[in-house]
Every structure is written in C-alpha cells, then in structure tokens.
Write a protein of this length. Structure first.
Length: 86
C-alpha cells in the first residue's frame, strides 16, 4: 500500500491511497490524516468522516482511493465552530 498527500496554495487537499497487490486489504488505518473533517472520496463518489484518531478503510486488490478536501468547506466549518467526528 502506498499513501501520499498533496495540497494546493488555495488550500485544497488530496490524499491518494493505492494497493498495488493482489491482496484485499481490510481494516487499514491512516493515523495522521491531514484533517479531521468530512472528505469526498472521488473514485467511488462517497462522503467519509475522518476523526481525530485517524481513518479506517478497506482497499480492494489493485485499486486506489482519492480523498479530497476543498478549502472552502474546511474554512466554513472552522469559522462556524463546527466539529466533525467519525
């Protein structure tokens, strides 16, 4: 499994997680996810909640997931004092 994070100067963040094996990876964790927020999983078009303790997920063989956090959503939640929990 390979995971990496990218970001733009405008604040959009992306985390890519890829499984380059023929083994289904169940119950994986990313403990230091960039932000405890609501992220959009781009490949499967679903919303995922990431908590302070990290994020757990399954990753099928030969697949990848792309999680995106757009700055406008992140800033509006921070300004409103909203707390997102997993």
């Amino acid at each position: 499994m390979l995971a990496y994070s990218r970001w733009s100067d405008e604040g959009t963040r992306a985390v890519v997680v890829a499984n380059f094996s023929d083994t289904y990876l169940s119950g994986n964790s990313i403990l230091k996810f960039p932000a405890a927020e609501t992220w959009h999983e781009w490949m499967y078009n679903k919303i995922v909640e990431v908590g302070e303790e990290g994020f757990k997920f399954d990753l099928p063989e030969w697949s990848a997931q792309v999680f995106v956090l757009e700055q406008e959503n992140y800033v509006s939640r921070q300004m409103s004092g909203g707390v997102v929990q997993q």
